[in-house]
Design a protein around this ligand. Structure first.
Ligand SMILES: NC(=O)c1ccc[n+]([C@@H]2O[C@H](COP(=O)([O-])OP(=O)(O)OC[C@H]3O[C@@H](n4cnc5c(N)ncnc54)[C@H](OP(=O)(O)O)[C@@H]3O)[C@@H](O)[C@H]2O)c1
Length: 419
């Protein structure tokens, strides 16, 4: 079993989420990665009543964390200046660093990566963009052979939540208040609604995909606070909706980098991602357009990204084919329950309807909706039925019973896959 010894700096939302997730998912990490992650010390300038740190050593001075025998320092304090000093000191002390801090990577990424390189250690930052949704490693590793021409998407969950509610008819101020009550927006939400948070993230993605410098020199940033509810009505009439988009696009040898509200086609992939979700489109030469979406904030989602960096650093080989769990069996298909769509062609509909309905009733299957469509040329009438859940093993018999009716000519059925 590989072991990784870590020290965590910061004892807030993400740090306590990481601590809890490392406990609850320890077996999963051991089983899949043959890895044990041990928290040696935590830098917390005060206790957090929401989390008991167990046996971990508590240091009130976060800079003392790197004096312990650790392989990785996990920076979760946020902010720029102290975080930069902390990361620099850790890297110069030959400690690997994992951070979730987009602000420090955006403002000082170039300097920090070069110091990491110089010291032969790594600085990883998966959860700094879209929390644990794996976009950094996707760009860095999986897409390494592809040329990327454009990255665009909604990179701030709070803005997307507010705009999605405004699309449903709410005004800006009440929906911002709702976002704060639900814990999506910070008490000071300016970074989210003024577009800065999304700008930091697209700046980081652009540096990865196109090699642009950090911080970028030319950047247009606009937030969502100028959008009105009525803008959605006018946009809809023309087949659009409004999203806060962050864009990095390579044209010839220059990069178009911006973050601002934009009209997007109603039937597009991004238009249909609502609420706090983040969504990104990556245009590549080899794979065409790739879509990735997921939770862009929250304790567990962010912990997931931090742990993925820790697993990467541990150089553990993730087990795949021989990861067999003897106690897991496949559910028998005939024991599953599905709602069904039925298409039935019947003649003499006034007589047929009651007999068709009684076939369903006799099997104990409720009908959620039934509708009769226009006559076909051959005088048969299509009837569309949506059922409630029915047992898969009853389905064949149901179809056979329907086909036995004199008035029924054709029966087709399709399972409905619930979300
Ligand atoms: N929350 C999310 O959903 C999310 C998602 C992705 C990325 N992130 C990133 O994760 C990082 C942490 O976010 P968070 O939500 O966990 O923030 P948080 O709840 O405010 O926690 C920050 C922690 O760092 C401590 N801290 C801050 N400055 C410090 C200093 N100078 N010296 C010592 N301790 C200091 C704070 O201590 P006090 O309590 O004493 O102030 C607190 O324990 C940020 O970079 C954030 O951008 C967060």
């Amino acid at each position: 079993m590989n072991k990784l010894r870590i020290g965590i700096c910061g004892w807030g939302n993400v740090a306590t989420g990481l601590f809890k997730t490392l406990q609850t998912n320890a077996d999963q990490i051991k089983k899949r990665c043959n890895l044990e992650i041990e928290i040696i010390a935590i830098g917390a300038r005060r206790d957090n009543p929401k989390c008991d740190p167990g046996n971990a050593i508590i240091e009130r001075d976060i800079f003392k964390i790197m004096d312990h025998d650790i392989d990785v320092l996990v920076e979760l304090i946020g902010g720029v200046d102290v975080a930069r000093d902390l990361i620099l000191k850790a890297l110069n002390n030959k400690k690997n660093v994992v951070t979730a801090n987009k602000a420090v990577i955006f403002n000082h990424g170039d300097e920090l990566f070069s110091v990491a390189n110089k010291n032969g250690v790594k600085l990883l930052y998966e959860s700094s963009v879209c929390a644990g949704t794996p976009i950094i490693k996707l760009l860095n590793q999986e897409l390494a052979a592809s040329k990327i021409s454009k990255i665009s998407g909604m990179l701030n969950g709070t803005s997307n939540y507010i705009l999605s509610n405004m699309e449903e008819g709410m005004e800006f101020e009440p929906t911002l208040k709702l976002a704060q009550e639900k814990g999506y927006a910070e008490p000071d939400p300016s970074f989210d609604i003024e577009g800065t948070d999304a700008a930091h993230k697209i700046g980081i993605l652009s540096s990865l995909a196109f090699g642009s410098s950090l911080p970028p020199k030319d950047f247009y940033i606009e937030g969502i606070n100028g959008i009105h509810k009525s803008d959605f009505e006018y946009a809809h009439e023309m087949g659009f909706t409004i999203k806060h988009l962050a864009v990095a696009k390579l044209t010839n040898n220059s990069i178009d980098l911006r973050a601002h509200p934009a009209l997007v086609k109603l039937d597009s992939y991004l238009a249909n991602l609502k609420g706090v979700r983040n969504g990104i489109e990556v245009e590549t030469d080899l794979l065409g357009t790739l879509h990735i979406a997921g939770s862009g904030a929250g304790q567990e989602a962010t912990a997931s990204g931090v742990i993925s960096d820790l697993i990467y650093l541990s150089d553990s080989k993730i087990k795949d084919v021989n990861n067999i769990n003897e106690s897991i069996e496949l559910v028998k298909f005939i024991d599953l329950n599905f709602q069904y769509y039925f298409y039935i062609e019947a003649s003499d509909v006034s007589d047929a309807m009651p007999s068709i309905s009684s076939i369903f009733t006799n099997k104990g299957v409720s009908i959620e909706s039934i509708s009769q469509k226009e006559n076909l040329n051959n005088d048969l009438v299509p009837i569309i039925i949506i059922t409630d859940l029915l047992k898969e093993k009853d389905h064949h018999e149901l179809v056979n019973n329907l086909l036995e009716l004199d008035s029924v000519n054709t029966v087709r059925s399709i399972r409905i896959e619930a979300q």
